[in-house]
Design a binder for this molecule. Structure first.
Ligand code: TUI
Length: 314
């Protein structure tokens, strides 16, 4: 068994978070991960508070374990979702794609464990000062909205900058990644892409098939020009967007090109027009299995690796 302070802090068995993937991480997936001993996280994405409330209640009907909600701070509904998590007494809030400073006090007063995603040392220091319970250091290998630094570079620097427990994210999909994260100073991991192949993950079959068939070089980053870099599978949409981005299309038209494309991937499996978010590690996701099996498997793989790491020291 791997003992980690994050397990004690949150009352979970394994130090494994399921990433809050917009349009994907619903109450059903989150409950399955929490029932498996990890921390299941509902993604608010760009959805209104009523959707998030419904998903929290669905998760509550399926598990009595702690659950989290991820608040995407660029969402027009971030403010109302910030209130919903308080009303619904969610145990953990993670945040992404921005600075959650203005919500921290209210969440803390409500007894919520606040665990922001940080993509820089400055943000790690600020969140530590404002009373976060832990930090997620997410490198740019991840799917979706990405920061500048890689996991390898970001995690140790964030660990040096904070006294809080650090969860590593980005490019982790098996026990080797978990072990490496612990070696870098993290005491837990967050995985998104690996959970796309979970039975309880309700994405369109085309999406799952794309992940299961992915190869090492199959993702790309688009959206840098507008300041919102996003990693997705190299599909016709991603290529078209990239061409437009570097071909001089106007900002407004470019922005309009991306509208609705995540939903088209997740719900309709639109191979041409969908934007299939995925991390660089997609090529290592090779089988469908239950969310609980994923959590258990990566931790069981990590144990002997960590134990045997000492063989290098003579
Ligand atoms: O948030 C994510 N990943 C996401 S959000 C998302 S929804 C979306 N849809 C369309 C366009 C853009 C997003 C899909 N994937 N990951 C967490 C994350 N947060 N990665 C990096 C950051 C981050 C970046 C800057 C956190 C804080 C930050 O602070 C900047 C500042 O100072 O405000």
């Amino acid at each position: 068994m791997i003992e980690s302070p994050i397990c004690k802090l949150l009352g979970i068995q394994y130090p494994v978070f399921q990433g809050g993937m917009a349009w994907i991480a619903d109450g059903k997936l989150a409950a399955a991960v929490s029932n498996g001993g990890g921390l299941g996280i509902i993604a608010a994405g760009n959805a209104p508070g009523s959707y998030v409330r419904d998903q929290i209640r669905i998760a509550r009907s399926l598990t009595d374990k702690p659950i989290g909600v991820n608040i995407m701070l660029m969402s027009p509904f971030a403010q109302e979702v910030a209130q919903v998590v308080i009303e619904e007494k969610v145990e953990v809030v993670t945040t992404g794609a921005g600075n959650p400073s203005k919500y921290m006090k209210a969440w803390k007063e409500a007894g919520i464990c606040v665990i922001p995603v940080v993509a820089s040392v400055a943000m790690a220091k600020l969140m530590t000062r404002l009373g976060a319970s832990a930090l997620i250091a997410e490198g740019g290998e991840s799917g979706g909205h990405v920061g500048e630094l890689t996991t390898m570079v970001l995690v140790p620097q964030v660990c040096d900058a904070t006294t809080l427990p650090v969860i590593a994210a980005g490019g982790i999909a098996d026990g080797r990644g978990v072990a490496a994260a612990f070696m870098l100073g993290a005491c837990g991991v967050q995985m998104g892409t690996r959970f796309l192949s979970a039975y309880e993950c309700s994405i369109h079959p085309n999406y799952k098939e794309k992940i299961l068939k992915a190869t090492d070089l199959c993702t790309m980053v688009t959206g840098k020009r507008l300041g919102h870099p996003v990693r997705s599978l190299r599909t016709p949409f991603a290529r078209e967007y990239s061409k437009a981005e570097y071909g001089g299309m106007g900002d407004e038209e470019l922005e309009a090109l991306a509208v609705g494309k995540l939903r088209m991937a997740v719900q309709e499996g639109d191979n041409e027009q969908g934007c299939f978010l995925a991390g660089q590690i997609a090529a290592m996701v090779r089988k469908e299995q239950s969310a609980a099996d994923i959590v258990r498997e990566v931790m069981e793989e990590a144990e002997p690796i960590l134990r045997e790491a000492s063989r290098w020291v003579k």
